[in-house]
Write a protein that binds this ligand. Structure first.
Ligand code: TZP
Ligand code: MG
Length: 375
């Protein structure tokens, strides 16, 4: 991206602008003739992140400057009266011929542009797409690219949005690229101690699950676990309570069958917030996937005193989930070092446990992650 084009003349009367520093210490330009500050605000734009069922990313080849001849995400500038979501879907249709629906907001990234000075690009992930590709408007070509074989992406803002999407997504749409959660540690007993040890051992996910504490106690502990996991690779998920997850700044929430739906929860959480869902059958697993869950828990696989009144779903249901569900799933319930080997052989790679991590947490996490990694 080139250098930002400077605003030199008043856009209303053409007089050369003077530079001032406001009482608040902000550098501004002023037109002495119009007696007005010439505010420099970014132009709003959007970009669409769309993967096909093979996990390939949709890109377009630009036919206009800046960066004519280079590839980028489909997208463009907001029209007056249009919401960013409408802009994103319109640009997608114009540039690629595809229609789709907004899945979620990925984030907004400021950028500079030699033609429009400053832009603010909001990225959205797109689901349920249909139609056949036909390039149009600002693009000469449109096509799907394997992530391992992407062309250079022209705009830094698009590269940043993609990175945010990839970092926070636990998976790509290609199941083969499913990112392992590995040992999924559910806290119990001395929750803080378990979380601290799990984090030190490099657990991918810690879920704070505390059925006994009051809401205020839970919030205090959730904040502590957030502190422990902040600036580490470990994701922090709160069980059941979306309010505590949001206030403590957790990475996500894990909802049960009796909690609010994923679709409703999605309305009040940030774009990259992880929402997991407990499921106890293939039907519930498919419903959670349709509802937009980022991952599901499937279980209890075996009988467990931790969830006593549930009938175990058994290995057969896990097999069905492996073959029918596209989002990541984590097996749960009655798992231990000995019985996860069989599930690994079937193709399961993520295992959530309460009792196994309740004592000697650090060693248990390391032992189970080594086993998952095949060491
Ligand atoms: N959901 C299904 S089984 C279960 C939950 C929360 C408890 C798993 O506990 P454990 O001690 O690992 O069997
Ligand atoms: Mg629950």
């Amino acid at each position: 991206m080139g250098k930002m084009r400077e605003l030199i003349y008043c856009q209303e009367c053409g007089v050369k602008l003077n530079e001032i520093v406001t009482d608040e210490g902000v550098n501004r330009k002023i037109c002495e003739f119009c007696k007005k500050i010439a505010y420099e605000n970014p132009v709003p734009a959007t970009a669409a992140i769309l993967f096909n069922e093979r996990g390939e990313l949709l890109l377009v080849k630009r036919n206009v400057e800046p960066k004519a001849g280079e590839w980028c995400l489909p997208g463009g500038f907001n029209e007056i009266g249009e919401t960013p979501e409408e802009c994103c879907l319109r640009e997608l249709k114009e540039e690629t011929g595809l229609t789709g629906s907004i899945e979620r907001i990925i984030g907004s990234v400021p950028g500079v542009n030699p033609f429009y000075r400053s832009v603010l690009v909001t990225g959205y992930s797109i689901g349920n797409f249909s139609g056949s590709i036909s390039a149009g408007d600002d693009s000469d070509e449109a096509g799907f690219f394997e992530l391992s074989n992407l062309p250079e992406i022209a705009f830094k803002s698009h590269r940043e949005l993609l990175k945010t999407y990839m970092d926070k997504e636990l998976y790509s749409t290609d199941k083969g690229m499913l990112k392992a959660m590995g040992a999924y540690v559910i806290t119990s007993g001395d929750h803080i101690n378990v979380a601290e040890s799990a984090c030190e051992a490099g657990a991918t996910i810690i879920q704070y699950r505390d059925k006994a504490a009051s809401q205020s106690e839970k919030l205090t502990k959730a904040k502590l676990i957030r502190k422990i996991t902040r600036n580490t690779e470990t994701l922090f998920i709160v069980n059941d309570d979306i309010d505590i997850a949001l206030i403590s700044g957790a990475d996500g929430v894990h909802l049960g069958q009796d909690d609010i739906s994923v679709e409703e929860a999605r309305k009040i959480v940030p774009g990259n917030f992880i929402i997991g869902k407990s499921t106890h059958s293939l039907e519930q697993a498919l419903a959670a996937e349709k509802d937009g869950a980022d991952y599901i828990g499937i279980g209890p696989v075996f009988k467990t005193p931790t969830k006593e009144d549930y009938i175990p779903i058994g290995v057969e249901t896990v097999k069905k989930v492996i073959h029918n569900v596209k989002i990541p799933f984590v097996c749960i319930g009655g798992l231990n070092y000995d019985n996860i080997q069989g599930l690994l052989t079937l193709g399961a790679i993520n295992f959530a446990m309460v009792r196994e991590f309740a004592s000697d947490t650090k060693n248990s996490v390391k032992r189970i992650n080594n086993m998952i990694a095949g060491n």
